[in-house]
Design a protein. Sequence first.
Length: 434
Amino acid sequence: MRRFLQDAVRWTKWRKNFCAAAADGAKEKDLCRLMNLKFGLIQASYWMTYCVMFTYLVPLYESFGYGEFLSGVIAMIGTAVLTAAQPLWGVLCDRVKRIKPVLVAVLLAGAGAALLLPLGKGSVAVTVTAVVLLAATTQSLMYLFDTWSARLQREGARLSFGLTRSCGSVFYALTAAFFGLALDRFGFSIMTPVFIGLSLCVILAVLAVKEPRQTSPARETEGAAQADFWPAVKRLMTDRRYLCLLVATFLTFFGSTGIMLFLPLRVAEIGGGNYEYGLALLVMAFSEVPALLLYRRFSARFSTWTLHAAALFFTAVKVAAIALAPSLWLLIALMVVQGPSNGVYLTTNVRYVPEIVEPQLTYTAQTVIGAVASGAAGIASSLYMGAAVERFGLQTAMITLIFIAFSGFLVFAAPVLARRKGGKKKHDQPDFQL
């Protein structure tokens, strides 16, 4: 009888512990789902905001009566500001514990700057001012949201980067399709109010995320090494792998940014309009989703370096597809190349940089890469395309971008592939020790 009672007590305790563990597990799973939902809303609302403004700037300039060269110059000025702003926001985020206040302030400033844009029809100076302010604020956040999610993961948040980032791609795609139709029907006067409304949605989504108030372990151990901007950049410039990545990114995105900037004109040249342009963006954005969701499977078989090299290669293929497509609907169909190019790049860009730089320089390193990809490369390609299109024609100018984009892939891949002739490198990791 005594043993029976002891067994009953043990069974009761085990049952209580099991139920408590199950309840904790269910609670943790609910918190994980809630966090992914909140961050998915951030990505969705931000990329909707980005789409309605920055994707349609060149058609907006055309509606103002600006020529192709002037449109290229304004785009160059905007990307110059973007080049400077992205690393500065990165340094600031490396130095603060909480990123939410920074994001909210920048988004509010961008919404205010958008109020100037409708006045640009009567003044190029007002247009340039609006573009500069928008580039320095809302547009410059494109990589910070991705890096913020990686930081939250390091600080213990149960967050799926592929799942949440795919929300951005899906809603960007839907916005591109329907907003193109809306512009054809209502005109460009709807851009600013829609942009401001969506910016407020991003702010609400950001405020819903609960940030850990403690510093992450990596930052606690390296806290004494916090660097100012130029010393941090100087340290990054001594890393051969980072320099190789920087040059490769510049060349690849020189081709990609240049061709995407003039994609609306290419669509118009072969018989399309805002609807067909939006449809091309729809196909591109939806193509990113499988690559984002399947990245974990890819990474189980291939190293981050290999996947990043593949992303750069397919980015060059995308440039070739846009430049050489003989018909409108074939061009739209070929936009599926966006999946293995940008869809893979979005994750490898977040994963590869932390593998090759010091932890306390992560934000700075990634925003410098972002500034090169969408900034310095954008400046050079905007100026180049503005002049080349007027002199040689649109398609000829685009064909030259194919060679530039492929040279970026070769810069990234050739040093490693050359060293593999004597034997396969472990884990496909590059060795730059000369």
